[in-house]
Design a protein around this ligand. Structure first.
Ligand code: F6R
Ligand code: MG
Ligand code: MG
Length: 370
C-alpha cells in the first residue's frame, strides 16, 4: 500500500507577538482533522506547533498535491485565522497570501512537505518543524544525515546504504532543479547547498541499487513560498521536513545526529539575522529571546497502513542539553554583534531594511572620492 505523509503548516496568528500558537487554534485544527478522518479523507493526523507556526501532520492515500487534502488544510487555516482575529492574536492570517483556494495550496503562503511511498514492514518516520528560519536551514542536517559518513556511520559500515543517496536540489532563484548522486557528486552538491539562501535540498531518493524503490523519496523539505516569490521577500518561510529512517536508510539516531551542531541559519529577528538552530522539545518551542533563537522540533512516529503511533518528542532528551547550551552560547556571541554582519544578514537577504531611505536622506551629502 502507498501512503502519503503530508505536513502543511502556516502562521495564522501569534501569541503574543510571533512567539507561539494559541491553544485554541490547535483545537480548531484538531476538530477539523478529526472530522476529515471520520469522513475517510485522512487516515490519521497529529496537530502541533513550532513557535508561531500551526503544523498539520496528516496521512492519507490521496498522493501529493491532493486537492481535497490541500483544501482541508486551507479551510483549517482560514477557520483558525477567524479565531485569531476574534482573540486579537498578532499577525492573524499572516501566511494566507491569497483570498481564495485554487485547488493547490502551493504558492498561497503555507509550507508543504509531503511524499508518497510504499510502507515497509515497519516504517519509522520523523517530522521536523522549524521556526524563525528558512528552508535552506535543512541543507546542513539533511546533507549530514544522507551523505556525511562522520554523521552516519551506516554509509561506511552498512551494505544497504553504502552506495549513498540521490539529492534533488532546487535553485529557487531560477526555478530549476538538479539531481546529484552522492558520494560521486558530493563536492558539486556542497558547492550548491552551501549557498543555502539560493539552493535548497528538496528531496532525497534511494539509489537504483537500493532495495527501496528509487522513485519514492525518503526525505522531503518544504520550500513552496520561496519558490513562488523568488527574488522578493514577504517573510521567512519557517520550514518543515520529513525523514524516513532505518533498514536501508540512516538509523533514527543518525537522523537525529544531523541536528547535533546548532548550526547557523538565517531568520531570527525580523527574518534578518543569522543565529544558531536550537533543537528543543515541543514544550520549549516558544520563540522568546530576540524572537528566537531559531528552533527545531522532531516528532517520531511508527507508521502502519497509514496509521500513526503516538509521537515521541525526540529532542525532549538530556542528550541534546549540551547542544542547547552551545546554541545559547552562540546566541550571546552573535547578539554582541548588534547591527553588524554576519549577525545581521547581508543586505540582499534582509526581510526588513531602512537602507534605501537612509541613502535617500543622505543623498547629496555623499561626495565623490578620487
Ligand atoms: C521573524 C518574525 C519576527 C518579526 C518581528 C517584527 O520571522 O516573525 O521576528 O519579524 O517580531 O514583527 P512586526 O514587523 O510584525 O512587528
Ligand atoms: Mg508570526
Ligand atoms: Mg513562524
Amino acid at each position: 500500500m502507498k501512503t502519503t505523509f503530508s505536513i502543511i503548516k502556516a502562521d495564522v496568528g501569534g501569541w503574543p507577538g510571533h512567539a507561539l500558537v494559541h491553544p485554541s487554534l490547535q483545537e480548531i485544527a484538531n476538530k477539523r482533522l478529526l472530522e476529515a478522518q471520520r469522513d475517510k479523507l485522512l487516515i490519521d493526523y497529529h496537530v502541533t506547533h513550532c513557535g508561531d507556526d500551526l503544523e498539520l501532520i496528516m496521512t492519507h492515500a490521496n498522493g501529493v498535491d491532493s486537492k481535497e487534502v490541500h483544501n482541508l488544510a486551507w479551510e483549517t487555516f482560514c477557520e483558525a485565522t477567524e479565531k485569531a482575529r476574534e482573540l486579537g492574536l498578532y499577525g492573524a492570517g499572516q501566511d494566507l497570501l491569497c483570498d481564495a483556494f485554487s485547488g493547490n495550496i502551493k504558492g498561497m503562503g503555507p509550507g508543504i512537505a509531503e511524499m508518497e511511498f510504499t510502507e515497509r514492514k515497519a516504517e519509522p518516520i520523523v517530522a521536523f518543524m522549524m521556526d524563525k528560519t528558512e528552508p535552506g536551514a535543512f541543507n546542513f542536517p539533511i546533507f549530514k544525515i544522507f551523505a556525511d559518513p562522520f554523521n552516519t556511520a551506516g554509509l561506511i559500515i552498512d551494505p544497504s546504504i553504502h552506495d549513498g543517496f540521490v539529492f534533488e536540489v532546487w535553485d529557487i532563484l531560477e526555478h530549476k532543479n538538479v539531481m546529484l548522486n552522492t558520494p560521486e557528486q558530493m563536492y558539486d552538491l556542497l558547492a550548491l547547498i552551501g549557498a543555502k539562501s539560493r539552493f535548497v535540498i528538496k528531496r532525497v531518493y534511494p539509489k537504483k541499487s537500493s532495495k527501496l524503490p528509487a522513485d519514492e523519496p525518503v526525505s522531503v523539505i518544504s520550500s513552496e513560498k520561496l519558490y513562488q516569490i523568488a527574488g522578493e521577500y514577504v517573510g521567512k518561510d519557517d520550514p518543515a521536513g520529513v525523514v524516513r529512517a532505518q533498514s536501508g536508510l540512516p538509523a533514527l539516531g543518525e537522523v537525529l545526529e544531523g541536528f547535533s551542531k546548532a548550526h547557523l541559519v538565517s531568520g531570527w529577528m525580523r527574518g534578518s539575522h543569522n543565529g544558531p538552530l536550537m533543537p528543543v522539545s515541543v514544550n520549549n518551542a516558544t520563540c522568546t529571546r530576540f524572537d528566537g533563537p531559531p528552533r527545531v522540533i522532531a516528532l517520531g512516529f511508527q507508521l502502519k497502513n497509514g496509521k500513526l503511533t503516538e509521537p515521541v518528542d525526540l529532542f525532549d532528551d538530556p542528550a541534546f542539553d549540551r547542544i542547547r547550551q552551545e546554541a545559547l552560547h552562540i546566541t550571546d556571541y552573535m547578539r554582541q554583534h548588534g547591527p553588524f554582519e554576519p549577525h545581521r544578514l547581508p543586505m540582499e537577504d534582509m526581510e526588513y531594511t531602512t537602507l534605501p531611505n537612509v541613502m535617500k536622506k543622505l543623498g547629496k551629502k555623499f561626495k565623490k572620492i578620487d
